[in-house]
Design a protein. Structure first.
Length: 158
């Protein structure tokens, strides 16, 4: 249990004390995609979805998701985020939307969970807005790509 920071010496879950950590600039970048039918992607690109601008609404939802991470993940610290950027890219083979979220703060703990939450909420919103025409969409490959800042420095996915 020593390596799992969210458990105390008795094995009980607790919120990590970050009070003595230095305030540093911290960044996390995460990604994921939602695969769909060709026709679903066509609806998104044409902008004729009955619920409105799929990518615009999803981008706003992702930003909101990053800001609300501490409300969803029990042991996350509430953070004052300084940047949340959601990049959405469509591709035709396979038909999908790829989401990349970049989250930044100046604080005592990292923003990896906020970046991962942003991607998940963005992709879930795309699912919600398109499920009437494609219930078989799949959210795939959600993962952390990079984190910078803090005592452990920079980490990059292989």
């Amino acid at each position: 249990m020593d390596k799992l920071s969210h458990f105390n010496h008795n094995g009980e879950a607790h919120m990590v004390n970050v009070g003595s950590k230095d305030i540093t600039h911290r960044t996390a970048i995460s990604t994921g995609r939602i695969d769909m039918l060709d026709s679903t992607l066509e609806h998104i690109l044409k902008g004729d979805n009955k619920k409105g601008d799929v990518l615009g609404v999803a981008r706003i939802a992702g930003i909101m998701g990053a800001k609300r991470t501490a409300d969803l993940v029990p042991l996350c610290h509430p953070l004052a985020l300084t940047k949340v950027e959601i990049d959405l890219e469509t591709q035709t083979n396979p038909p999908s939307v790829i989401c990349t979220a970049t989250v930044e703060t100046r604080g005592q703990t990292g923003v990896e969970m906020e970046a991962l939450s942003a991607v998940q909420i963005t992709l879930l919103t795309i699912y919600d807005m398109c499920k009437a025409v494609d219930k078989g969409m799949r959210i795939e490959g959600v993962r952390l790509l990079e984190k910078r800042g803090g005592k452990s420095g920079t980490w990059n996915a292989e």
